[in-house]
Design a binder for this molecule. Structure first.
Ligand SMILES: *[C@@H]1O[C@H](CO)[C@@H](O)[C@H](O)[C@H]1NC(C)=O
Ligand SMILES: *[C@@H]1O[C@H](CO)[C@@H](O)[C@H](O)[C@H]1NC(C)=O
Ligand SMILES: *[C@@H]1O[C@H](CO)[C@@H](O)[C@H](O)[C@H]1NC(C)=O
Ligand SMILES: *[C@@H]1O[C@H](CO)[C@@H](O)[C@H](O)[C@H]1NC(C)=O
Ligand SMILES: *[C@@H]1O[C@H](CO)[C@@H](O)[C@H](O)[C@H]1NC(C)=O
Ligand SMILES: *[C@@H]1O[C@H](CO)[C@@H](O)[C@H](O)[C@H]1NC(C)=O
Length: 387
């Protein structure tokens, strides 16, 4: 496989030995200049990790190399304008690009496999250059770039997929089917569509500030499914049957929610701050393990099969919902579905969720939290580099 295993057979000439040094390194090999990058071309497999020194600049090309078993890292670099690896097929570790201010384009025409991809704070990055398409990655985080397309990323299963704060990205269409940890789309362009039409299951799914959602195949979300600060009018999850928690928060134009097969909510079902949402109808919903917590301008909330709500049932509206409240009041008492008590009130000036008005709560601050963790991540890396 790698030159390393062939070497002992060859006489240990100094030149060959030097090549071996370049083909494996238990510490990270740092590329100091373009000649170092060119020097790697004699390797097919590089055993170890490769990082670019902060002073490397211009166009950096690594040719010949087919596999890096460790990481490929460019961090805090203000000089590299483009980065390519014409023959690279696999990165066994992380493909990490963070805080590289000039990096405008990438060219990885044969890359199909990475363990994880983390591209954060790339103020110039406008193109991906994955001609043969990345098909395998356990984790992908792309945030704070100038990318206007994710074309070239074509993965089916992933642990984590986070796409955040990419202001030119208007379409996110990834054919992912199962997400075992987290899928987050947050604060990209106001017109960003979130198209995950092949998605069957996710552990956690949060969509913030998107213009449209395609979750037409989604069957199951084990943890939280949240829709926040988005401007779509219609939201449909036609095949969703079970969800951990389900929340609709501050979607100012949302007026039509369709979850025709939803039977079970493992924690809370919550809605708040969706000004145009007048009616809610979950025709198959039987069980809510925690609270039902709805505040807004509702005229009607229809839960005809409701059999069990273990937590509190809170429904508050600016509209007159006397008849609706009469119905739910009738579901309280011994052996009745609403086991955790009820607050139902219409004609409220300021309808409240259980934790207060959502516009005053923490729900909308996810962006700040993500920004902070990205920032802390960078600080940590910078410190590591200094050491
Ligand atoms: C993907 O999710 C679906 C729906 O929950 C499930 O039936 C299927 O087994 C999952 N596939 C994988 C590979 O996890
Ligand atoms: C919804 O589920 C049904 C039954 O499993 C399936 O036939 C249909 O194709 C699914 N719809 C989508 C859009 O995946
Ligand atoms: C509401 O959404 C459902 C499902 O997507 C759709 O069939 C229906 O036409 C929509 N209703 C309105 C008034 O837009
Ligand atoms: C209800 O609608 C009014 C406008 O009619 C809006 O100002 C208010 O914020 C809405 N309330 C909620 C809780 O969405
Ligand atoms: C609310 O509606 C009920 C029945 O529809 C009616 O009796 C009641 O007077 C209304 N209350 C207000 C404040 O309009
Ligand atoms: C709420 O909607 C249901 C189903 O459409 C209907 O049967 C019920 O009469 C409505 N209630 C009110 C108060 O409008």
């Amino acid at each position: 496989m790698s030159l390393r295993f062939i070497l002992p057979v060859l006489a240990a000439s100094a030149a060959v030995f030097a090549q071996d040094e370049k083909c494996s390194n238990s510490a990270t090999t740092t590329i100091e200049n373009n000649a170092d990058a060119t020097g790697l071309s004699s390797c097919k497999t590089y055993t170890g990790s490769i990082a670019m020194a902060t002073g490397v600049s211009g166009d950096v090309q690594i040719s010949g190399l087919k596999e890096i078993t460790g990481d490929l890292v460019v961090e805090e670099n203000n000089g590299i304008g483009s980065l390519g690896a014409s023959d690279l097929q696999k990165i066994g570790g992380e493909f990490r690009l963070t805080a590289d201010t000039q990096l405008g384009s990438l060219s990885f025409p044969k890359l199909t496999d990475v363990d994880s991809l983390k591209w954060v704070s790339l103020a110039s990055l406008g193109s991906i250059g994955f001609t043969s398409e990345l098909t395998h990655a356990k984790s992908i985080t792309i945030s704070n770039t100038q990318l206007n397309t994710l074309e070239g990323i074509n993965i089916e299963t992933v642990d984590t997929l986070i796409i955040a704060q990419n202001p030119y990205l208007k379409e996110i269409a990834i054919k992912v089917t199962n997400v075992s940890t987290e899928l987050t789309v947050q604060d990209n362009n106001a017109e960003t569509s979130a198209q995950f039409g092949n998605l069957l299951s996710a552990k956690k799914l949060q969509l913030t500030a998107v213009s449209m959602v395609d979750l037409s195949s989604l069957v199951e979300v084990e943890g939280g499914l949240g829709f926040t600060n988005s401007l779509f009018e219609n939201l449909a999850c036609p095949n969703l049957t079970t969800v951990g928690s389900l929340s609709f928060t501050e979607n100012k134009k949302l007026n039509n929610v369709s979850f025709p097969l939803l039977e079970k909510v493992g924690e809370d079902l919550a809605a708040g701050g969706n000004s145009e949402l007048k009616e809610l109808d979950f025709p198959e919903l039987t069980d809510v393990e925690a609270a039902v917590d709805l505040a807004g301008n509702f005229t009607n909330v229809t839960l005809p099969k409701l059999n069990k709500v273990n937590g509190k049932f809170n429904l508050q509206s600016s509209e007159n919902i006397t008849d609706v409240c009469d119905y739910y009041d009738g579901l309280t008492g011994d052996g009745k579905p609403l086991r955790g008590g009820i607050t139902c009130a219409g004609s409220q000036d300021d309808p409240q969720n259980l934790n207060g008005n959502p516009s005053n709560s923490d729900e909308g601050s996810g962006a700040i939290k993500l920004g902070m963790s990205a920032f802390l991540g960078l600080t940590g890396l910078a410190m590591f580099t200094l050491l």
